[in-house]
Design a protein around this ligand. Structure first.
Ligand SMILES: [Zn+2]
Length: 245
């Protein structure tokens, strides 16, 4: 299935936490979007692989993306090497996305930065005709290079190159995040189990605060920020948000 937009995250909740507002926005505009998880998040302190799959399925339903696939790389130990690049190239050629949303290039969790570079490298290599791959059906795949890679902001703040207005879909975005009940604080289920950096009520407050702060920068309520190594071109000025800041 050809997609307009492919959001890639190394851990199953990365996409929901950082770029799901943009995904919902585009889906509401009739675009086709999918999510690719690189690992199953098996090193996460809280929950099990089974609970993470169930949570991820629930979040996927809330977002309404057309497809979600897990590449089952090793959480914490995958590398940006030929083997992993080839695995990702096959997925990029399978979905032929115009735009890829990817992990940050530098962040608190070392997996995030490594994945950000792995995704960027694979997107480039995927456009080279002499790299031959076969699809799930055993047939040769066409070369494919996404037009843009937008790296979403994760834990560490980086000055974004682009901020997208997600005010209209903010509640749906938070519902998708809250579907990860074992990972984040949930007032309904209480809180047993080991506490982590992301399991306190403060963490979800910080997620909201980040979106609010980015929204304020462009004169709307909530925003999501992206970094692009390539300059972003727009076809006309209608794409600019017409608000006073
Ligand atoms: Zn992560």
């Amino acid at each position: 299935m050809k997609l307009d937009l492919l959001a890639i995250g190394v851990h199953p909740d990365d996409v929901e936490l950082s770029c799901s507002g943009t995904l919902i926005n585009e889906l509401k505009r009739g675009k086709k979007a999918g999510i690719l998880d690189l690992t199953q998040g098996e090193l996460g302190t809280r929950g099990t692989m089974e609970t993470r799959y169930a949570e991820s399925a629930a979040a996927t339903k809330i977002l309404g993306v057309q497809v979600r696939e897990n590449l089952r790389m090793r959480d914490g130990f995958f590398r940006n090497d030929e083997e992993h690049q080839m695995q990702l190239i096959r997925a990029i050629r399978k979905y032929q996305p115009e735009i890829v949303l990817a992990n940050a290039l530098n962040d608190r969790h070392p997996d995030h930065g490594r994945a950000g570079h792995l995704i960027a490298d694979a997107c480039f290599l995927s456009g080279l005709i002499k790299i031959e791959t076969t699809g799930d059906d055993g047939k040769p795949q066409q070369k494919w290079r996404p037009r843009y890679i937008l790296h979403y902001l994760q834990d560490w703040f980086h000055e974004p190159d682009l901020i997208i207005d997600i005010s209209d879909v903010f509640e749906q975005r938070m519902k998708a995040i809250e579907a990860y009940t074992t990972q984040f604080y949930n007032p309904q289920t209480g809180d047993d189990g080991p506490q982590t950096y992301i399991s306190s009520p403060d963490f979800l407050d910080a997620i909201t605060g980040r979106a609010r702060m980015l929204g304020k920068r462009i004169g709307v309520k909530y925003g999501e920020g992206y970094i692009s190594e390539k300059k972003i071109g727009i076809s006309n000025l209608d794409a600019l948000i017409q608000v006073e800041t």
